[in-house]
Design a protein around this ligand. Structure first.
Ligand SMILES: [Zn+2]
Length: 100
């Protein structure tokens, strides 16, 4: 017995690389420009970072206690250096944990 398989009719032609020409490939990661929260106009801008201000510092720490890199936090190099300095001071005074 012969089984016939039906194929869906091709509606659009494929180009040389096998993609359909009618739509663009979607980007895997949507790129979004990050801004340093201390440089742009924000409530954080004019407040100096303080080692006693644990609530503000916890933004820059992961839930395991690691310091978030500037790639994720969006800080500029200057302010990332300041953040790390203050975080380490807060750790030393056991306001923040080294590990959780
Ligand atoms: Zn900055």
């Amino acid at each position: 017995m012969k089984v016939k398989t039906t194929r869906a009719p091709k509606t659009t032609k494929l180009d040389k690389k096998g993609r359909r020409g009618d739509r663009k490939p979607e980007p895997i990661f949507k790129l979004r420009k990050k801004f340093c929260r201390f440089c742009i106009n924000s409530p954080d801008k004019n407040k100096a970072l303080d080692y006693k201000d644990v609530k503000r510092l916890e933004v820059f720490v992961t839930e395991r206690g690691k310091i978030v890199s500037s790639r994720y936090s969006g800080n500029c190099a200057k302010h990332q250096r300041r953040v790390v300095e203050v975080l380490k001071k807060a750790r030393f005074l056991s306001l923040l944990p080294y590990i959780r």
